[in-house]
Design a protein around this ligand. Structure first.
Ligand code: NAD
Length: 338
C-alpha cells in the first residue's frame, strides 16, 4: 500500500485528507507537532477510518525525526500542510512564520532529495493573488505583492518549489491554491478548531450562534459588490481534501521534473450576507450581526476559475454552500464551547 506522509495531518484540512486517502486505499502517515491541533483528532480518525493511522508527534522541520519515520515507513509521497496560518500574528511576528512555513518546506525538500521521494503536494493559497484585477482568477493571473508575512511565505514556498523542480532532484510537485475552506466532516467527528478569536468568517458565525461570541461584525457593507459585502469562494473541506487525493494520484502518472499549480475553489463567489443567510436557513438560528466599518487590508472580492483542475485532475466540488454551513454548524454543536 502506497504510504503518504501528511505533515500537519492532525489539523483541519490534513485530517479530512487523511480520511479521503484511507478511503482510496492509500496509507497516510501523520506528523504533527500539535501546535494548532490535539491528540483527540487521532482517535477521531480511527473511529472514522477503522485504522490506527501511524502518528508521529513532532516538528516536520526536524530531519532526524523525518529520517526515523522513513526508517519505519517507506514513504512514497508527501502532502505538506504543516504551517502557521494566522495572518495577524504573522504581521506581529514574521520570523516565526518564515521559520516555520519556509523553514519546514526546505527541510522536507532536503529530506525528499536524500531519500529519493519524488512526489509533493503543497498547501498554497489564493492569498497569492491579492486583489486581482480580473475575476475569476485563473492560475496564470499574476501574483501580487503579499499583504502579510503569512501570504509571503506561500509565495516564497511556491518559488522554492519551482526552482527545486528545475534542479536535478527530479521532483514532481503540485501547489494547490485553496480559496476559503469551510465545513467539516458530515459525521461531525473532525472539523476546524480555531484557537482564540477566529479570523475566518464561518467559525465566527457558528460561535456567535452558539453563544460563545455576542455578535458578528461584518467588516464593511459599502463595497462595490451586489450587496455591499466582501465576496469569497467557499470550498467544503471534504471536497478540498479530495483534491489532494486527485493531485497525489496525478503526480504518480507524470514524468520527473514536473510542477503545476491548481486553484481549488467552487468557481462561485458568495458574499458575507449570502453566507449568513445560508447559515440561518440550514441551522434555523437567527444570527446576531451588524454591519461595521471596513477592515484594512481586506480583499474585496475573489473567486476561482476552476476549469484547469476540472479538466486536468477531473476534480469537481460536490458540496454546496448550504451543505458547508450545515456541516460547520453540526461541528460547532459537537464541540460545544471549545
Ligand atoms: N484554512 C485555511 O483557510 C487555509 C487557506 C489557504 C491555505 N491554507 C494552508 O493549508 C494548510 C493547512 O491549513 P489548516 O487550515 O488545516 O491549518 P491547521 O492549523 O488546522 O493545520 C496545520 C497543522 O500543522 C501543524 N503544524 C504547524 N507547524 C508544524 C510543524 N512545524 N511541524 C509539524 N506540524 C506542524 C499544526 O499543529 C496543525 O495541526 C496550511 O499550510 C495553511 O497555510 C489554509
Amino acid at each position: 500500500m502506497k504510504k503518504i506522509l501528511i505533515t500537519g495531518g492532525a489539523g483541519y484540512i490534513g485530517s479530512h485528507t487523511a480520511v479521503e486517502l484511507v478511503k482510496a486505499g492509500l496509507q497516510p502517515v501523520i506528523i504533527d507537532d500539535l501546535s494548532n491541533s490535539n491528540r483527540q483528532v487521532l482517535e477521531r480518525l480511527k473511529e472514522l477510518t477503522g485504522q490506527d493511522i501511524p502518528f508521529f508527534e513532532g516538528d516536520c522541520g526536524d530531519q532526524a525525526l523525518l529520517n526515523q519515520i522513513f526508517g519505519l515507513h517507506r514513504i512514497s509521497g508527501i502532502i505538506h500542510f504543516a504551517a502557521y496560518k494566522a495572518v495577524g500574528e504573522s504581521t506581529e511576528n514574521p520570523l516565526k512564520y518564515y521559520q516555520n512555513n519556509v523553514g519546514s518546506l526546505m527541510t522536507i525538500l532536503s529530506f525528499m532529495k536524500e531519500k529519493g521521494i519524488k512526489d509533493l503536494v503543497f498547501s498554497s493559497s489564493c492569498t497569492v493573488y491579492g486583489q486581482p484585477d480580473v475575476l475569476p482568477v485563473t492560475e496564470s493571473t499574476p501574483r501580487k505583492d503579499a499583504e502579510s508575512p503569512y501570504g509571503n511565505t506561500k509565495k516564497i514556498c511556491e518559488d522554492i518549489l519551482v526552482d527545486m523542480v528545475k534542479s536535478e532532484a527530479g521532483l514532481r510537485v503540485i501547489s494547490l491554491r485553496y480559496f476559503n475552506p469551510v465545513g467539516a466532516h458530515s459525521s461531525a467527528k473532525i472539523g476546524e478548531l480555531p484557537l482564540g478569536t477566529p479570523n475566518n468568517l464561518v467559525p465566527f458565525v457558528t460561535q456567535t450562534a452558539a453563544g460563545i461570541r455576542e455578535k458578528l461584525t461584518v467588516f464593511g457593507g459599502d463595497y462595490d459588490t451586489p450587496d455591499g459585502t466582501c465576496i469569497r469562494d467557499y470550498i467544503h473541506v471534504v471536497d478540498l481534501a479530495d483534491a489532494h487525493l486527485r493531485a497525489i494520484e496525478y503526480l504518480g502518472e507524470q514524468e520527473m521534473n514536473f510542477y503545476d499549480v491548481f486553484n481549488v475553489g467552487t468557481g462561485t463567489g458568495n458574499s458575507v450576507l449570502e453566507v449568513i443567510q445560508s447559515f440561518e436557513k440550514v441551522s434555523g438560528q437567527k444570527l446576531n450581526y451588524e454591519i461595521g466599518p471596513r477592515r484594512p487590508g481586506d480583499v474585496i472580492q475573489v473567486w476561482a476559475d476552476t476549469q484547469k483542475i476540472n479538466k486536468v485532475l477531473g476534480w469537481y466540488p460536490k458540496l454546496s454552500l448550504d451543505e458547508s454551513m450545515r456541516d460547520s454548524w453540526n461541528w460547532q454543536l459537537a464541540i460545544g464551547d471549545k
